[in-house]
Design a binder for this molecule. Structure first.
Ligand code: ADE
Length: 224
């Protein structure tokens, strides 16, 4: 999977894409992440990428020219299945959307800032608009990181234990059951006996029952 992230704040990505699972996915050659600074595509001498909104009002709008220049260059180099714009008015990200998108080979993630991007970018370049929740962030960068992380961990081979992503919360519309590790007894608090019994069928049943119970208690909407 290759992700091309377009942003006017490329430095924000330095930490998240160079740590932990995402870092290892890149080292293993399973994922490529390329961060593009929108300013590098600005043609004006001050390297501006935003301007005032037509009609007035507070807030700057990202201009179409540098975004077009960046997207067009990328598209001339390879085919992209999606150009995703991160925006609070997009469809809300969930595990089903992440699963679907994780099948793609190449995607562009466009991060908005200030008041967003010129509507013509959305009309003519963007194929999908995604929000990470009903709240407003200062820009699309954190949302792009959340989306990227949710996709990368689904790429086969990224997680050490192949089945691990399949047992995540939400994968079968159930929250994940509780987990325990050593010691089996701590300050008198013990691990459920079934988990140390070695009886695999009973363990599976216990996990499923606990997942259903937790989902009923916390997210009954997932069960309907
Ligand atoms: N940009 C600002 N807020 C956002 C959100 N909630 N989701 C995606 N992109 C955003």
């Amino acid at each position: 999977m290759r992700l091309d992230i377009i942003t006017c704040l490329p430095e924000l990505f330095d930490g998240p894409i160079n740590q932990s699972i995402v870092k290892r996915a890149q080292q293993k050659g399973l994922v490529e992440i390329h961060v593009h600074n929108l300013r590098d595509y600005s043609t004006n001498k001050h390297k501006n990428v935003d301007d005032y909104a037509f009609g007035g009002g507070a807030g700057m709008v990202l201009m179409i020219e540098p975004i077009d220049a960046c997207i067009s260059k990328l598209k001339s180099e390879r085919e992209y299945q999606e150009v995703i714009y991160l925006t609070p008015d997009g469809e809300t990200l969930n595990q089903g959307i992440a699963n679907g998108l994780s099948m793609n080979e190449n995607m562009i993630l466009l991060c908005g800032h200030y008041k967003g991007v010129d509507q013509r970018v959305r009309d003519h370049f963007v194929t999908r608009e995604i929000s990470i929740g009903d709240y407003v962030l200062s820009g699309g960068e954190l949302a792009a990181m959340v989306l990227a992380d949710s996709l990368i961990r689904l790429v086969p081979g990224v997680l050490n234990d192949e089945s691990s992503a399949l047992t995540d919360s939400f994968q079968d519309n159930l929250l994940a059951p509780p987990v325990y590790t050593r010691p089996a007894e701590y300050k008198g608090w013990s691990v459920p006996d079934v988990l140390t019994s070695g009886h695999e069928a009973n363990i599976e049943k216990w996990r499923h029952d606990e997942a259903v119970k937790r989902t009923q208690e916390r997210r009954p909407d997932l069960l309907t």
